[in-house]
Design a protein. Structure first.
Length: 224
């Protein structure tokens, strides 16, 4: 199980370090229903990440992906496909970097966060955690690792729980910081939100590039 989780860990880290969900939860933490919205977003994020990975793993288990020590042709092809998508996403993120003096574009739904209620925060987080393209790509890659490892049900559940914990850690830290520090957290979180919004494309470029090269290397190793 530890070997499979070690291979999944980089994908969880990319989800955890993605700027847009952090920008969203920080905005919610200073909305009209700050604490309920933040907590609802956190739980929705956990459900989205864990649920998405579980469904994809179950689907992958119906395919012949081999074992972690001897990946099948299908698993190797899938790794090459994921690597290509990651490198393509890196190139797209590089092109989307704002020019000097420009504000970084934010998704249109970000403008409606101030008036959102806990139910809406929960649904938004489920969608962002499990369905948005970036997280979906990470979950596909992690599910391929988990399915090919052929772990017992208990070990697979533990790996999914650990993966979700890592992927949710930054959102959880923001919520806990706001809950424990109250309004005193405002200045720090606002600075963080501004930096993340301004550097979203650059952060994602670096993460996608590193991970794309890693997955491509894993795929090439599977040819041996």
């Amino acid at each position: 199980m530890s070997q499979a989780f070690g291979q999944m860990l980089p994908f969880a880290i990319v989800i955890g370090l993605s700027p847009i969900p952090l920008v969203a939860v920080i905005a919610m933490l200073f909305s009209q229903r700050a604490i309920p919205n933040g907590v609802a977003f956190l739980f929705g994020w956990i459900v989205g990440v864990a649920g998405g990975l579980t469904l994809l793993t179950a689907l992958g288990s119906t395919r012949d992906l081999g074992s972690s020590g001897s990946p099948s042709t299908a698993a190797t092809v899938l790794r090459f496909a994921v690597a290509a998508l990651l490198l393509g996403a890196a190139a797209r993120a590089w092109r989307k970097r704002p020019k000097p003096g420009e504000d970084a574009p934010m998704p249109p739904w970000m403008e409606r966060i101030d008036g959102i209620d806990p139910g809406g925060a929960f649904v938004l987080a489920v969608v962002l955690g499990g369905v948005n393209p970036k997280n979906l790509l990470m979950n596909v890659a992690a599910a391929a690792v988990l399915a090919s490892a052929s772990l017992p049900t208990h070990d697979a559940a533990v790996a999914i729980a650990l993966y979700t914990a890592v992927a949710s850690s930054t959102v959880a830290l923001a919520v806990v910081y706001r809950v424990t520090r109250g309004d005193r957290a405002a200045a720090t979180l606002e600075r963080m939100r501004g930096w993340l919004a301004a550097n979203n494309a650059t952060v994602m470029f670096v993460l996608f590039l590193i991970l794309g090269v890693k997955v491509a290397g894993d795929a090439i190793s599977g040819l041996g």
